[in-house]
Design a protein around this ligand. Structure first.
Ligand code: CP
Ligand code: NVA
Length: 312
């Protein structure tokens, strides 16, 4: 596998390898400090980022390389240069490219035309590197064997909901995604693609509309912002109203397993998708999750550049 363009491209073996390496980078960040010596990694973003940018730049630095951050509006791509020409040019300067943008098809096209590894740093429909950080955090809390545990995502049926279904399918897990029906439900194509993987791995995937039932006895409750980057402001009031019953409150958390944890990819909006008492409470692991953005991106870069991921 040359690139990490979509969560669905990862095999379970890839995920396990990345998580094992990331765990080593967590305890010893500089253990492969020459892996990208004298090399550069381009980081191209047309959307805002705190964690993914910091994680990517520090990951490259810890591997001995130099990150080059490219803002969307600074490239000629914004003035009509094609994605394929841009991909070829970046390939001549950098050893890898990390991209955050709107359309998944743009990331796919960059991957197709770049001769270097391309990593998806979030699109409107997917967020693979976030899920790797999430699963490493889960593994630290619950260990490698998560059979019998239920992982519940509650809220908007967005890129994070899709990525959760897909990664749950790859890992053979029991994942429940609870969203409003209709407009704010996950995309059918993402559900179908995750179900196809689940049919081979034995994962149990449920897409439901009742948040209370969804979190009952769950080991993990996960949520995300209700207004994602790129969502039109015009839908805000309608969307927030539809999502109000999906807020992660102390009351909702009281229905979960006694050893449950709360997770959020961040940024968070206290008082919208999550109560402050939950995200700042004892069950929250959000800072460890954020920390693992660096360890997991470092591991993905390390293995992709060495051609060590197989894909599925
Ligand atoms: N979780 C995440 O991707 O955060 P940023 O948008 O800050 O990169
Ligand atoms: N769903 C959010 C995730 C941010 C990390 C967004 O796309 O804006």
């Amino acid at each position: 596998m040359k690139d990490l363009l979509r969560t669905e491209h990862l095999s379970r073996e890839d995920v396990e390898l990345i998580l094992d390496t990331a765990a080593q980078f967590a305890s010893k960040p500089m253990r492969s400090k020459d892996a990208l010596a004298n090399q550069t990694v381009a980081i191209y973003m047309t959307k805002s980022s705190t964690r993914t940018r910091l994680a990517s730049e520090t990951a490259v630095a810890h591997l001995g390389g130099t990150p080059i951050f490219l803002r969307g509006e600074d490239l000629q791509i914004g003035r009509g240069e094609t994605i394929s020409d841009t991909a070829k040019v970046i390939s001549g300067f950098a050893s890898a490219l990390i991209v955050r943008t709107f359309a998944q098809s743009d990331v796919d096209e960059l991957g197709a035309h770049a001769t270097i590894p391309v990593l998806n740093g979030l699109t409107d429909t997917d967020h693979p590197t976030q899920l790797l950080a999430d699963w490493l955090t889960i593994r630290e809390v619950f260990g490698n064997d998560v059979s019998g545990r239920k992982f519940t995502y509650v809220g908007d049926g967005n890129n994070m909901a899709h990525a959760w279904l897909t990664m749950g399918a790859i890992m053979g897990a029991h994942v429940v995604v609870a969203t409003p029906s209709g407009k704010w439900a996950p995309d059918e194509t993402a559900i179908q693609s995750a179900r196809n993987i689940a049919s081979k791995t034995g994962a149990k995937l449920e897409v439901v509309t009742d948040p209370l039932d969804a979190v009952k006895d769950a080991s993990v409750v996960y949520t995300d912002v209700w207004m994602s980057m790129g969502d039109p402001e015009a839908v805000r009031s309608e969307k927030l109203k539809a999502l109000a019953p999906f807020a992660v409150t102390k009351d909702l958390m009281s229905k979960t397993a006694s050893d449950s944890i709360f997770m959020h990819c961040l940024p968070a909006h206290r008082g919208e998708e999550v109560e402050a008492e939950v995200i700042d409470g004892s069950k929250s692991v959000v800072w460890r999750e954020a920390f693992h953005r660096r360890t997991t991106i470092q591991a993905v870069l390390y293995h992709l550049v060495r051609g060590e991921l197989t894909g599925n």
